[in-house]
Design a protein around this ligand. Sequence first.
Ligand code: MN
Length: 296
Amino acid sequence: MPENKQFLGEEADLGPEKRIAILSAPLASTVSWQGGTELGPEAIIAASPALEVFDDELLAETVRLGIATRPIPDFSNLSAPEACGAIEAAVAAELTAGLFPVLLGGEHTVTVPAVKACRQRYPDLHVVQIDAHLDLRDQYEGNPNSHACVMRRLADLSIPFTQVGIRSFSREELELVRARGWQPFFMQRLRREPDWIASLCAELSGPVYLTVDVDGLDPSIMPATGTPEPDGLLWAETVAMLGAIARVRPIVAMDFVEFSPRPGTEHAAFTVAKLLYRTLGHVFRSSLQRMGEGHV
Ligand SMILES: [Mn+2]
């Protein structure tokens, strides 16, 4: 077991009363190509002390909200359904305690139990998925709980969702999208529609659960993932989108999944840590302003 490291390291102590909980879900049972996502949470947490706690966009020390980092659980002796049960219970416990859960994967499968826990509390939950892939297969390699099926499982639960950054899918997935009348934000569409962020915000309803598959980002800034697809989201447009969503909807929980550390691409763990921290700043913008933090 790795020792319990804190997100942001010693600077996590700047926020003594905790409002945010970083949870790790090092599940990697169905990864299809180039594994390693079980090492994702540890790498993201290990990179985070290099972050400047004063956010250069929000001009706020978001850490003062209080960020608790829970110990990384050992899933090595659990089946995927058992691990998912543990994730659902852990997320539910944080919500009950009034903390904002941030889940670090692990493969994308971990989103399903986290969303289930959130929907218990927020019945009109809307999921926003950043991803290169639709993840709408009914099953993948015989497994309905594969990372490639995560949004299909949410569709089965009638949970509304919006997909962004999409640029890889099967014919069957596209046929399903058309049959249901869904309008994913394909990369092709983003490049055609300059005001896509406004369109995206306009279709959100209810509280938002944000799931960030890091392969939604462009491989030039995010090489450390199992299936890097060219022509992905870049940093500035990603942050602009997340900030815009946080302005129109309450974001109630989020996850960052499919990060898989690779030798020689250590900057990518820092990129995930900074995206997570920046998004927290946007989510808690009014709280930070009430605390006298932040000028925008
Ligand atoms: Mn993906």
